[in-house]
Design a protein around this ligand. Structure first.
Ligand code: SF4
Length: 337
């Protein structure tokens, strides 16, 4: 461990979130360190979704054909207690995780050498905590003829709405690629008037807004809460996109719902919400690749097994298990006949 590394996932909030937490139990649960569950050392070797194994040059994760993830920074405006990247994010690696201009040049060279990549996804940490890196990378990627779509995954506007750099967003929105901005939103309390205004301003710049959410026990494990959240987002012009199963890691087990509980909620949401307000329920398997659509209970399917994008069959219990397996040896894995 170097001098800056922490052995625990740090508590980090913003003045905006502290104000909100004074009245919102959900916001407190999402951001306040809870020693009952979190007094566990960071597992730096974790590679839940093979991001480390599939890193091609610093910060560049190439998992799925045609689209590449660029981890621009390991810093966020605030640390969500259920973050699945807490092997890197919020553990004192901010300097190490911030891509330099040379790193960005290497990332652009990688994408330039892969003409099949048409989509570049900026993530982290939070890419909006590294505005200079985002501007550089966005401009250089946009100059590659085969890059048609760029995407930003961020929670920054919900965490520090007063600090969103609209000049930066305006500059990148003018680039000759289509821009998506994916907000991570988990509870309607996060959509304060200030945040709503930020969303309106981002929309007015021409970025297409989508959102991603995570099922969280004690925060949004409720049909009415999620219906309110997704309806409000759709009304604001933010298309609910993915609603993830939260995987258990050592510090997050208290947030994790069973797939059965999630399916029951998701099925009622599908009945209640308009198609434009209803996200896809996603199960991302550990130690393998593939974001799988979870069926609703309108279908009779065997939920004991899943087939990943490579055709390998896994037991669902193993793909979601709480022990972090060495990624090459996902238990329960066998080939599809
Ligand atoms: S904003 Fe995203 S990357 Fe940052 S702590 Fe929250 S979940 Fe993790």
């Amino acid at each position: 461990m170097n001098a800056n590394e922490l052995d625990r996932f740090a508590e980090k909030t913003t003045p905006h979130l502290r104000d909100l937490a004074a009245t919102s139990e959900a916001v407190r649960a999402m951001y306040v360190y809870d020693s009952r569950y979190e007094n566990v050392p960071v597992n730096r070797d974790a590679d839940l979704f093979l991001e480390k194994q599939l890193t091609r040059t610093k910060g560049v994760v190439y998992k799925y054909p045609g689209r590449v993830i660029i981890l621009l920074s390991y810093t966020c405006a605030a640390n969500c207690r259920y973050c699945e990247r807490q092997d890197r994010v919020g553990v004192g690696l901010d300097e190490e995780g911030r891509l330099t201009e040379a790193d960005i040049d290497a990332a652009v060279a990688f994408v330039g050498a892969h003409p099949e990549i048409n989509e570049v996804i900026f993530s982290g940490g939070d890419p909006l905590t590294h505005p200079r890196g985002l501007a550089l990378a966005a401009e250089r990627m946009a100059a590659l003829e085969h890059v048609k779509i760029q995407r930003i995954h961020t929670r920054f506007p919900l965490q520090a709405p007063g600090k969103v750099d609209f000049a930066l967003l305006q500059r990148i929105a003018a680039l000759p690629t289509t821009w998506y901005l994916s907000l991570h939103v988990d509870h309607p309390d996060e959509l304060t008037p200030e945040v709503v205004e930020v969303i309106r301003r981002i929309r007015s710049l021409g970025l297409i807004l989508i959102c991603q959410s995570v099922f969280l026990k004690g925060v949004n494990d409720d049909i009415d809460v999620l219906a309110r959240l997704f309806t409000h987002l759709a009304e604001l012009g933010v298309r609910p996109y993915y609603l993830y199963h939260c995987h258990p890691i050592a510090t997050t087990t208290h947030f994790v719902m069973s797939l059965d509980e999630e399916i029951a909620i998701m099925s009622r949401l599908r009945e209640r919400l308009s198609g434009v307000a209803c996200p896809q329920h996603i199960f991302e398997m550990r130690n393998t690749t593939g974001k799988l659509l979870v069926p609703t209970d309108h279908w009779n399917v065997d939920l004991a097994e899943v087939v990943d994008f490579t055709g390998a069959v896994h037991d669902v219990a193993s793909a979601s298990m709480s022990v972090e397996l060495p990624h090459a040896a996902a238990s329960g894995k066998r080939s599809r006949p």
